[in-house]
Design a protein around this ligand. Structure first.
Ligand SMILES: Nc1ncnc2c1ncn2[C@@H]1O[C@H](COP(=O)(O)OP(=O)(O)O)[C@@H](O)[C@H]1O
Ligand SMILES: [Mg+2]
Length: 234
């Protein structure tokens, strides 16, 4: 078994007096593609935010590559190699596509933006367009591409397929599959698409892991999906 790249142990976190993550344990091994699913409000986004240092933790530890992240600011965690694509799609509306990409280079040569265009040809066509003029799908591509240009060792994706048409979701999934060797945690409500992409899956319920399985096995485990996610399975 490969080493754990990310380990959450007994994580308790929330907002003000509200506890959202309740003794959450989770391991992500190097090279894993982990899908995190679960009903609305169970704490999926909060879990990713805790990893980035954006949610206040009351107990537990989060380790990345063996290192305790507790004292590190969000930008320091990013610097260690954690790429985060928030649910809100992180695009600067007043900058062009290319300027948005340059903002993700972290000191790499400007020519590296071509990697983003190779992965998302739609962005190449839009390189001089403003962030504001992009469709939802293009914004999501830009948000993912910018995170990738920083060459993260771990990529956290929060509902990257949300609100997008099936065709665009398909394009994003094709691109995700082309990202080789990356360790990815993908939070999704598009359960079957996420399970088709991932190799392992966990289901969160009330801020903790209620179920864990091979992604293909869970995709076929309709009873568990209905019980814990409430999806109508087809
Ligand atoms: N900024 C916030 N302030 C207070 N409560 C929040 C905040 N963000 C999320 N919550 C609450 O925390 C719970 C978990 O939210 P979240 O992690 O966003 O769930 P999920 O991503 O699984 O839908 C929900 O009950 C939500 O209302
Ligand atoms: Mg969420």
């Amino acid at each position: 078994m490969a080493d754990a790249l990310l380990t959450l142990s007994g994580v308790v976190a929330g907002y003000g007096p509200v506890t959202v993550l309740d003794r959450l344990d989770l391991q992500v091994r190097t090279g894993d593609r982990l899908a995190v699913i679960g009903r609305n409000g169970v704490g999926k986004t909060t879990m990713l935010r805790a990893v980035m240092g954006l949610a206040s933790m009351r107990a537990g530890t989060i380790r990345f590559d063996g290192r305790d992240l507790a004292r590190l600011q969000p930008h320091e965690r990013a610097h260690l190699g954690i790429g985060y694509v928030p649910q809100t799609r992180d695009v600067f509306p007043s900058l062009t596509v290319e300027e948005n990409l340059v903002a993700g280079l972290k000191g790499r040569p400007r020519s590296a933006v071509e990697e983003a265009y190779a992965l998302f040809p739609r962005l190449a066509e839009r390189r001089r367009n403003g962030g504001m003029q992009l469709s939802g799908g293009e914004q999501q591509m830009l948000s993912v591409a910018r995170a990738l240009l920083g060459q993260p060792r771990l990529l956290l994706l929060d509902e990257p397929l949300e609100g997008l048409a099936p065709l665009i979701r398909g394009e994003l999934l094709v691109a995700f599959r082309r990202i080789q060797g990356m360790t990815v945690v993908i939070v999704e409500q598009q359960v079957q698409e996420a399970l088709g992409y991932a190799d392992r899956a966990v289901v969160l319920e009330r801020g903790t892991v209620a179920h864990e399985d091979d992604a293909t096995a869970l995709a076929n485990d309709h009873a568990t999906l209905e019980r814990l996610v409430g999806v109508a399975v087809h």
